[in-house]
Design a protein. Structure first.
Length: 266
């Protein structure tokens, strides 16, 4: 079951009125089917036939050591944009952290809720709980590509964060700045209409991040990450470095894509 409207983050952020779907991901049957099965193959297909593999098995597993390092860097309340099947939301929830996942996929929201996390079926560009009050926003698993317009996405994230809030983004493992239209496809055929997507390496993300302060970048397990802080008064934490001890925080909380290199269609 998907989270109903009015869902709230315990002790913090009330949900808004119902929002209408959504994006091409919302009706992408191969994507929902892959999440429900827990495995691929699943790809984003460019118009020229190249395929970007989506790491469904990793997304449907529990958070790994690289994920947990990212989560250690989060501050305060956390919004996971494009939470997919919810491994990050579930891990933070188990720590007692206030965290909410959003995703346009019904299967993703259902999976997140089953893992014990809070999630809403919502696009990042729709009204969201706690706008302007989130301490940390996550854009993991290539979700810097959402909407195919990095400027628009970063502006939207800035409006969701409190002044001085933290964005942690996973970037492509290669130096790339690509805006394309893609379709979701499994091993058989593409599904649905083309939609805009972007692939950004760390350099490209930093070029788009005008008005943001750089808070760090790192590589782990072959994956690359960058942290940015929105303009405004800083919190007590001045960077995305892992805390020396875990804080105790009461209460809890369009579709992930791989940041990997595309492979040629065969």
């Amino acid at each position: 079951m998907s989270a109903a409207s009015g869902t709230s983050v315990p002790g913090r952020l009330p949900g808004p009125s119902p929002a209408a779907p959504l994006s091409p991901w919302a009706g992408a049957d191969p994507y929902d089917a892959a999440l429900r099965a827990g495995h691929g193959p699943l790809f984003l297909r460019r118009a020229d036939g190249w395929l970007l593999p989506l790491e469904v098995e990793r997304w449907c597993a529990r958070a790994d050591v690289v994920d947990r390092d990212v989560l250690d860097r989060c501050e305060g309340t956390v919004l996971d944009v494009g939470c997919g099947p919810g491994r990050l939301v579930a891990d933070l929830a188990a720590r007692g952290r206030p965290v909410l996942g959003i995703d346009v996929s019904e299967a993703a929201v259902e999976h997140t809720v089953r893992l014990g996390g809070h999630a809403l079926r919502r696009s990042v560009f729709e009204p969201l709980p706690g706008e302007g009050r989130w301490d940390t926003v996550l854009l993991m698993d290539g979700n810097v590509g959402i909407g195919g317009d990095p400027h628009a996405l970063l502006r939207r994230i800035a409006r969701l964060l409190r002044p001085g809030g933290l964005l942690i983004a996973e970037t492509a493992p290669v130096d790339v700045d690509e805006r394309v239209r893609v379709r979701i496809t499994d091993a058989r055929a593409a599904a649905g209409s083309p939609f805009p997507w972007a692939r950004l390496g760390t350099r490209a993300l930093l070029r788009y991040a005008r008005g943001w302060e750089r808070a760090g970048q790192w590589t782990a397990g072959g994956r690359r990450f960058a942290a940015l802080r929105s303009r405004g008064s800083r919190s007590a934490a001045s960077s995305a470095d892992p805390p020396k001890r875990t804080a105790v925080i009461s209460s809890q909380r369009p579709r992930n894509t791989s940041a990997g290199s595309p492979v040629a269609d065969r």
